[in-house]
Structures are given as structure tokens and as C-alpha cells.
Ligand binder design. Structure first.
Ligand SMILES: [Cu+2]
Length: 276
């Protein structure tokens, strides 16, 4: 009995010592593993792989890193393009505002478009107004430009800030003088506004640049910029030549409407003299 008890005690002690050794070994092993994969200060990327699953996760992570980097570069590129557009837009808006806003105007000119000629009115000059027609090829004098020169050019004083009001009586035209940077639609029933300030004397040409009908190419614009004294002299002559009549612009339109309503033909003076 005593032998049996001793034997059991010995084997229990042996088992306990084996378990203790195993536990210590396990703790040592865990400590070793933790040392290999612990987070480190300033660590970038994943911890070293300890399992096949983590190996695949790490591979997937690395591949996605390449893809996402390329996408980031692409999106930053797009943002750069947007910034370029913003940089362009700011002066562009400033310029549009400059073109649109008439600074304190010295005088006003009203431009009325017709098929196929222009009429000009000086509302500040007791409604002085006249029609401006193309000079036909057969009537061209030496020095006159074919398809550009007109019988009565618009005359403006140099240096004056001029408010230009543009309207039309039939279809949409457009008063376009390239060297002035002026292009304004002539729309029936609408009064569009722009401005110009001619800096040097001379004759400047433009054309209707809105396809307006069969004689679209035959309604040129000629603007003569003259000195102030010359302009005053011209005003005196023009008032006699065109015998100032009260605002024929709108009233001529009203006359046309009335004539059309009464079934009458268009008044002779409303026909484009040069384009028959
Ligand atoms: Cu036109």
C-alpha cells in the first residue's frame, strides 16, 4: 500500500513537472512570436506575415497600394486642370464685366439693323438719323473698298466714350466691328447695350455676323472716327443733309407695322437703296 502511494505521488510529480515545462515553453514561444510582430514606433505597412492568410492579405494590400497611388496621381492631375481653369476664369470674368459695363458715356448712338442695311441714330443730337447702305460694285470710286464701304458711315468723335444701343426691325442681325471688340446682337423688340471708345482717327470696318438672309454679306459697317472739331462740323452738315426727323428708329418700325396692317407696300424710303 505504501509502495502504491509512493508510486502515485511520483507519477503526479512527474506529470506536474512536465506540465510546468510545457507551460513555460509555451510562454517562451508566445513571447518569441510577440517580439517578431509587435507594432513598432513609426511603423509603415503591415506587420510581417505569420500565417498563409496574412501573406495573401499582405500581397493584396501591396497590389491595391499601386492601384490607389495611380488613381491619386490621376485625380490630383484633374484638380490641377481645374485650378488652371479657375486661374483662367478670374480675368475672363473681369473682362466680360469690363466689356458689358458702360463707363460714364459722353454720348449715345442707336444702331438699328434691317434686311439689309443699318440705320444710325444720334439721340443726343435731336434724333439725327440716317441709313447706311453698301456701295454697289458699279458705283465704287477709286480707293473705296468693295463690300465694305457704305454711302453714309457712322461718324464718331475720337476719345469719346460712346454708349451703343443695338436693335433690329426684322430678323436677328449682329453689329460686329472686329477692331473695336464690339459684337452685339440686333434683336427685334430688344435694346442691347455695348460701348466703345475709339482711340485713333480713321475708318474702321465691320460686318453683320449673324446669318440674316440672302443679302447677309451685303450690309457692311463703316465707322469713321474723327477729331472732336471735325465731328462738330460733320454734325452741322449731317443735320442739314438728313433733315432731323423725330426718332425714325422705333417710329419707322411702327410705320412699317401700320403699313403692313393696312395692307400697304413698304414705304419707299425704308427699302435698302443699295441692294435691289
Ligand atoms: Cu444681318
Amino acid at each position: 500500500m505504501v509502495r502504491l502511494t509512493r508510486s502515485i505521488t511520483r507519477s503526479a510529480a512527474a506529470r506536474a513537472s512536465v506540465v510546468t515545462v510545457l507551460v513555460l515553453a509555451g510562454m517562451a514561444a508566445l513571447a518569441a512570436v510577440a517580439g517578431a510582430t509587435e507594432p513598432r514606433p513609426w511603423q509603415l505597412g503591415l506587420q510581417p506575415s505569420a500565417t498563409p492568410v496574412h501573406e495573401r492579405l499582405a500581397t493584396m494590400h501591396d497590389e491595391l497600394l499601386v492601384v490607389i497611388s495611380l488613381i491619386t496621381v490621376f485625380v490630383l492631375g484633374l484638380l490641377l486642370y481645374v485650378m488652371i481653369l479657375v486661374v483662367i476664369a478670374i480675368p475672363s470674368f473681369k473682362l466680360i464685366y469690363y466689356m458689358d459695363r458702360v463707363p460714364n458715356a459722353d454720348m449715345t448712338i442707336k444702331v438699328t439693323a434691317h434686311q439689309w442695311y443699318w440705320s444710325y441714330e444720334y439721340p443726343d443730337q435731336a434724333g439725327l438719323s440716317f441709313d447706311s447702305n453698301l456701295i454697289q460694285d458699279k458705283d465704287l470710286k477709286p480707293g473705296q473698298k468693295r463690300l465694305l464701304d457704305v454711302d453714309n458711315p457712322l461718324v464718331v468723335p475720337v476719345g469719346a466714350t460712346i454708349r451703343v444701343l443695338v436693335t433690329g426691325t426684322d430678323v436677328i442681325h449682329s453689329w460686329f466691328v472686329p477692331s473695336f471688340g464690339v459684337q452685339e446682337y440686333a434683336i427685334i423688340g430688344r435694346l442691347n447695350e455695348t460701348w466703345m471708345q475709339v482711340e485713333h482717327e480713321g475708318t474702321y470696318y465691320g460686318e453683320c455676323n449673324q446669318i440674316c438672309g440672302v443679302n447677309h454679306a451685303f450690309m457692311p459697317i463703316a465707322v469713321k472716327a474723327v477729331s472732336k472739331p471735325e465731328f462738330e462740323k460733320w454734325l452741322g452738315e449731317a443735320k442739314k443733309k438728313f433733315a432731323v426727323a423725330p426718332s425714325p428708329g422705333i417710329e419707322a418700325g411702327a410705320t412699317l407695322v401700320a403699313a403692313a396692317a393696312a395692307g400697304k407696300a413698304q414705304p419707299a424710303d425704308q427699302e435698302p437703296a443699295g441692294n435691289r
